[in-house]
Design a protein around this ligand. Sequence first.
Ligand SMILES: C[S@@+](CC[C@H](N)C(=O)[O-])C[C@H]1O[C@@H](n2cnc3c(N)ncnc32)[C@H](O)[C@@H]1O
Ligand SMILES: [Zn+2]
Length: 166
Amino acid sequence: MSDVETRTSSIEGLGLFATRPFSAGQRIRRINVLREVTPTSPLREELGERADHCDYPNGKVVLLGYPDRHVNHSCDPNAYVLYEGGCSFLMARRDIAAGEEITCDYNINITGGTAWPCHCGAARCRGTTVGDFFLLPLDIQREYLPLLAEWFVRAHRDRLRALGLA
Ligand SMILES: C[S@@+](CC[C@H](N)C(=O)[O-])C[C@H]1O[C@@H](n2cnc3c(N)ncnc32)[C@H](O)[C@@H]1O
Ligand SMILES: [Zn+2]
């Protein structure tokens, strides 16, 4: 039996849900990456491929497959993405109960993304996803430091240092 399932989410559209409990720090699953999106292999919108089903690891654009493309954003996420050896994994950030929606904060490991209204419903919802780690409140940037990918820290070390974050 699978450890996760997709179903309608109170946040938006479909979401990814745990079908069993996970402990903080536990690997939930390896993220299903379909392919890299490049100028010669662009998104095929006619086949339902969507820009908001992409991830942006280390300067690349990759199209996520089922079911990971359905992870919604939360301003108080219970999961995060770990990049390791060319793969990515969904990790529990805190204990997750069976039936709980698995969420990530889309503002981690990204700069220059788009902002849009957030309906995550978390007590600390910021009302908008800013699409840029450095536009998060400083206390949240500090909280997310342990979740940053090595490639993101390497690319932004000077900015992180200037903020006293690295
Ligand atoms: C990776 S998809 C997430 C899965 C999506 N719910 C679905 O049905 O495919 C990202 C899109 O979901 C929506 N979304 C995710 N989290 C959201 C949130 N906290 N508030 C509002 N919309 C959200 C946005 O439209 C975003 O572009
Ligand atoms: Zn929110």
